[in-house]
Design a protein around this ligand. Sequence first.
Ligand code: ADP
Ligand code: ADP
Length: 226
Amino acid sequence: MLEISNLTHTYGSGPSAHHAIDGLSLSVAEGELLCIVGPSGCGKSTLLRSIAGLIKPTGGQIAIGGRTVTKTPDDLAVVFQDYSRSLFPWMTVADNVAMPLRRRTMDKARRRAAAEEALESVGLAGAGKKYPFQLSGGMQQRVSIARALAYRPTLMLMDEPFGSVDAQTREDLEDLVLQVRGHHTMTIVLITHDIDESVYVGDRVVVLSKAPAHVVGDLKVDLPAP
Ligand code: ADP
Ligand code: ADP
């Protein structure tokens, strides 16, 4: 469902040019949970922003469902590492989760019900009336994940989604992703610098070189379901 062919990304030009991605090719099948792992600064976020249509590749092609990405696709949700900057502080948790659903043709009551259901699925039933600042970091990240899930994306991109939480919360959130994935059919691309996490969460792990990033390893993981 996702095809990346010979992608390059260069920031700047001339002597100050910085090559972040160089000749990266990758296909992701529908329903796959692919983890992309690589050293810090190797170009992972650049790759994810390119897939999301947030930056334009300087070379090569990205296609989702056979269509070249030129802008952010409608059926895409992104979870960033920095939950504190992704939730709107002036909105309640429920309103944060329901907000993107305005893009769907859903009336207010259905949006609210979908938000509640998504919050429940991340273990935050009853937290809808709170504001983000009233929740711990791990809980705020659950809200970000709930928001992505409520949208029912075809493709979910996660950029170091557990990078800013403590070790226990991290394990809980890893299990949460595995759990929600059992309930919804979607393709997930999750970026991490943690090889253990990638093997635990992913059904396939793609390893990137240091910058400029290209694929140096691609392995199937076959762990029993938790
Ligand atoms: P990662 O996510 O793997 O840590 P990034 O994709 O954020 O890596 O960055 C890859 C490289 O590109 C890094 O060397 C980084 O400094 C550089 N880079 C990232 N964003 C920009 C930018 N907007 N302008 C110039 N260089 C950038
Ligand atoms: P459909 O998917 O055919 O619209 P459903 O009854 O499965 O019918 O869902 C109704 C709406 O509620 C969906 O559009 C979806 O956005 C939302 N929804 C359902 N289940 C969830 C869930 N677990 N998390 C978030 N939103 C959900």
